[in-house]
Each structure stands twice: as structure tokens, then as C-alpha cells.
Design a protein around this ligand. Structure first.
Ligand SMILES: Nc1ncnc2c1ncn2[C@@H]1O[C@H](COP(=O)(O)OP(=O)(O)OP(=O)(O)O)[C@@H](O)[C@H]1O
Ligand SMILES: [Mg+2]
Length: 245
């Protein structure tokens, strides 16, 4: 569904990703694990076409090479993917319902009753009944994350992209969000890619994991095979559990 093929990405002279190849298959939960500042958010931005490989390589979405596409041609491509940002990126002055419907209203010309139907569906899925008319500030971190997930799902994407879905959440809320991501695969036939620096999140729900370290993918395969890697960095994170800076 989404593929980075030999992607090299530089910021100025600094090479962040060095010929990185990575595939996210349909109906699969793929984790991209890596330490802080390694280029995880950059991977997400490349998948959405928000930035382009500037040192060579291609990005494919559903078999289409999106690297040469102009902004206007990227919109229908992006609609196949839902995105949940690290800080959620909710609109502070809008209610939960308005947050969920905003992009739907702006981008698709759907009738009001269809918008309302989809918002109700997501409110229910996210377990936010009774909070429809509240502002985000009155919600806990885990609830805000669920609003952001609902807002991403409302377009019926094929794949959902998460940037550090559990960052800043307490263990119980983290667990709930991870369960929610896992349930999307089962109930909605959705694929997901999430980038994280927390190895426990990977073992909790990822079918496959790619490990990004110093610009390279040093492991890519089924999560249960990670233990078999002999790469020193992977050995060290398996013993320390949480990645260090
Ligand atoms: N627009 C930019 N211009 C220059 N450097 C950038 C830019 N965006 C990111 N960087 C640098 O590129 C590197 C990778 O950034 P990126 O945000 O992808 O990392 P990350 O793995 O998501 O980090 P974090 O764990 O902090 O979220 C970082 O060192 C960052 O400082
Ligand atoms: Mg990041």
C-alpha cells in the first residue's frame, strides 16, 4: 500500500535517510522504531507527500509513484491515509464534534446528515459519547488522542499513520490507544503505520517492525523475529527496553 524505495532525504547537507526502503502492506500494523531525532516524523511526511525525497528514491502509494505529483494531485492520494499527529493538532476553539467534522466539511461536499452520521459513528467508536460539545482542553490526553484518531478515520482511509501515538500518555491510556489501533485492523480492515521510540508499543501490537538507526533501516521483518537480530543497537534496545537519546 505504501512504499519508500531507496529514499534519500537531506536537510541541508545533513543526510537524514540514506537509501531507505520500507513497505507498509494493507491490513498490517507496521511499526517504525527509532531513537529521538532519527527521522521518524520525516518518514511519515514522505509517505503523505508533504516532503519529497531530495536525494533520490521514490514513494509509492497504492502502486502510484507520488514523487512527481503536484500538490493538487496529492489530495486524492492523501485521502487514502489518515494521519494522527504527535501532538494531536486539535483545534482548541472547536468542540469535539467540530474537530472531527472540520476536514470533512472543508474537503468533501457531503450532505449535512452524512457528516453527522460519520461524526456520531466516530464519537461512538472513540467512546466519547457525552463529550461532543466540549472543547479539547477539558479532555484527558488519552481522550484527545481518541478525538484525533476519530478525525483521521472519518474519511474512511485504507491506512492510518500515527506519529508517536503514546507519547506523553500514562501507561493505562497508552494501553487503551494501542488496543484501539489494534482493533482498527480487525473491525475496519485498516492498515496502520506508527512511528515510535518505545519498544513495548511495538511488541504490544505491531505485526512488522522496521528499525531506523543512523539513517538506515537495520531491521525489517515480523516483530517476533526482532529477537534474532544481532545488530548491537537492537541488542541494546532489547535489554534496555526504552530507547535512549
Ligand atoms: N525542516 C527541517 N530542517 C532542518 N532539519 C530538520 C527539519 N526537520 C527535521 N530536521 C532534523 O532532522 C532530524 C530528523 O527529524 P525528525 O523530526 O524526522 O526526527 P524524529 O525521529 O521524528 O524525532 P523525534 O523523536 O524528536 O520526534 C532531526 O535531527 C531534526 O532536527
Ligand atoms: Mg518525530
Amino acid at each position: 500500500m505504501i512504499e519508500l524505495r531507496n529514499v534519500t532525504l537531506k536537510y541541508g547537507e545533513r543526510v537524514i535517510l540514506d537509501k531507505v526502503s520500507l513497505t507498509v502492506r494493507d491490513n498490517t500494523i507496521k511499526a517504525v522504531l527509532g531513537p529521538s531525532g532519527v527521522g521518524k516524523s520525516t518518514v511519515i511526511k514522505l509517505m503523505l507527500g508533504l516532503i519529497k525525497p531530495n536525494g533520490g528514491g521514490q514513494v509509492f502509494v497504492d502502486g502510484v509513484d507520488i514523487t512527481p505529483l503536484k500538490e493538487a494531485d496529492l489530495y486524492p492520494i492523501r485521502r487514502k491515509m489518515g494521519i494522527v499527529f504527535q501532538g494531536n493538532a486539535l483545534f482548541d476553539s472547536m468542540t469535539i464534534s467540530q474537530n472531527m467534522s472540520f476536514f470533512l466539511r472543508e474537503n468533501l461536499r457531503l450532505p449535512d446528515d452524512e457528516i453527522e452520521r460519520r461524526v456520531t459513528e466516530q464519537i461512538h467508536f472513540a467512546g466519547l459519547e457525552g463529550y461532543e460539545d466540549q472543547l479539547p482542553e477539558s479532555l484527558s490526553g488519552g481522550m484527545k488522542k481518541r478525538v484525533a484518531i476519530g478525525r483521521a478515520l472519518i474519511f474512511n482511509p485504507k491506512t492510518i499513520l500515527f506519529d508517536e501515538p503514546t507519547a506523553g500518555l500514562d501507561p493505562v491510556s497508552s494501553r487503551k490507544i494501542l488496543n484501539l489501533i489494534a482493533s482498527l485492523k480487525k473491525s475496519n480492515d485498516l492498515g496502520a503505520v506508527f512511528v515510535t521510540h518505545i519498544i513495548d508499543d511495538v511488541f504490544a501490537i505491531a505485526d512488522e517492525v522496521a528499525v531506523l538507526y543512523q539513517g538506515k533501516i537495520i531491521f525489517d521483518g515480523p516483530t517476533e523475529q526482532l529477537h534474532e537480530s544481532e545488530h548491537p543497537f537492537i541488542r541494546s534496545i532489547l535489554s534496555d527496553k526504552i530507547l535512549e537519546l
